[in-house]
Design a protein around this ligand. Structure first.
Ligand SMILES: Nc1nc2c(ncn2[C@@H]2O[C@H](COP(=O)(O)OP(=O)(O)OP(=O)(O)O)[C@@H](O)[C@H]2O)c(=O)[nH]1
Ligand SMILES: [Mg+2]
Length: 340
């Protein structure tokens, strides 16, 4: 399994003073070899304090700025996923501010260390050291909002699933509560939460399986509502990201029993919308909850789908009915997609 693009992130401090105090503690522990003159020892000591504090802060700031992924360097799927968590402009701004402040601190430390060495008496040495820590404090204070905001986003980012964008995916989509997570459970080793009410799944979730020789991943997505893309909230946009940017086959799930709480014409509108999002990704349509479905409900779905009903597969995710047949159809789609 590949490592998530969001692992190894340096988490931002809880607030500016956490970083500032840590730098001061490190500076206080700095030691120098004593020279014969008290004046020279004081100079070396204060210079060392400035160095130790600045090296620590600069490294921390750079680690935060450089290990938190740049939007542009991410695969479009992860970029879209990240956009459901962050405010794009603020994210870019904070990362670039954190980085530029690290450069300012570097220059400032150099300048103040020189001032310390140029000092004519002990009072001046201390004054220069204090001036450095004062400037350091106010620069970090200005980053306080960025630290807090970034830290909250990072906490969400590390929870995002590890999806290998280079291997084929079975992307399970549909209206809420139709049985998507139950289907993921029945075809893979994943154990996502299944509940008898809508909006249980809030994030994309991944499970692994083999289709013959081929290793694939199955992606369960949050339920989609019939509303335009611009009106979709972050949870739905995660499903859209998977549909638009992952390679593979989409399995669209209908629930003709409507025990999911969404009438068939509503589910059909969601289906049409999903199809419009897909460019070349093949789509397999399944009618779930066959164990509960009456003949009237089944024929109503067939009627509504018209021509497209010829490929409809009746399954039960809970009772594993029709699942092997469905997987075989999915496999055929993978093979077709690879040939074309
Ligand atoms: N009888 C029956 N119930 C099913 C079947 N598949 C799923 N269910 C039930 O339908 C309800 C919703 O199932 P989930 O798998 O959580 O549905 P979901 O589409 O993932 O729901 P959201 O994540 O909220 O969008 C649960 O009570 C399941 O037990 C099935 O094949 N037969
Ligand atoms: Mg679910």
């Amino acid at each position: 399994m590949c490592a998530s693009v969001f692992t190894g992130i340096r988490i931002a401090p809880a607030n500016w003073s956490e970083l500032y105090e840590a730098a001061k503690r490190r500076a206080a522990r700095a030691g120098v070899r004593k020279s014969r003159s008290r004046f020279r020892t004081a100079k070396s000591l204060e210079e060392a304090r400035i160095k130790v504090a600045s090296v620590y802060v600069v490294k921390t700031l750079r680690d935060i700025a450089l290990t938190t992924p740049f939007l542009e360097s991410l695969h479009p799927f992860y970029r879209e996923l990240l956009k459901t968590i962050i405010d794009e402009n603020a994210y870019r701004l904070c990362l670039s501010r954190i980085y530029s402040v690290s450069k300012i601190i570097e220059g400032l430390a150099r300048e103040h260390a020189k001032e310390v060495l140029r000092s004519r008496d002990i009072r001046e040495i201390r004054h220069n050291r204090k001036a450095f820590f004062g400037r350091l404090g106010s620069l970090l204070k200005d980053l306080d909002w960025c630290f807090k905001t970034l830290r909250n986003w990072q906490a969400e980012m590390v929870k995002l699933p590890t999806i290998d964008v280079s291997i084929p995916s079975i992307i399970i989509a549909g209206a809420p509560n139709v049985g998507k997570s139950s289907l993921l459970r029945s075809i893979s080793r994943a154990t996502p939460e299944v509940k008898p009410y809508p909006f249980t799944t809030k994030n994309v979730q991944v499970g692994h399986l083999e289709l013959g020789e081929v290793k694939v991943q199955a992606i369960d997505t949050p339920g989609l509502l019939d509303r335009p893309l611009e009106e979709k909230g972050p949870v739905e946009r995660r499903a859209v990201a998977a549909l638009r940017f992952l390679n593979g086959v989409v399995v669209f799930v209908f629930d003709p029993t409507t025990t999911c709480g969404f009438p068939l014409d509503y589910q059909l509108a969601v289906y049409r919308e999903v199809k419009s999002l897909l460019e070349e990704t093949p789509i397999v349509i399944v009618s779930n909850k066959v164990d509960l479905t009456s003949p009237t409900q089944a024929s109503e779905l067939v009627r509504m789908l018209g021509e497209e009903a010829k490929n409809l597969i009746f399954i039960s995710a809970s009772y594993r009915i029709g699942i092997d047949y469905m997987l075989n159809e999915v496999k055929k789609c993978f093979l077709c997609a690879r040939k074309s």
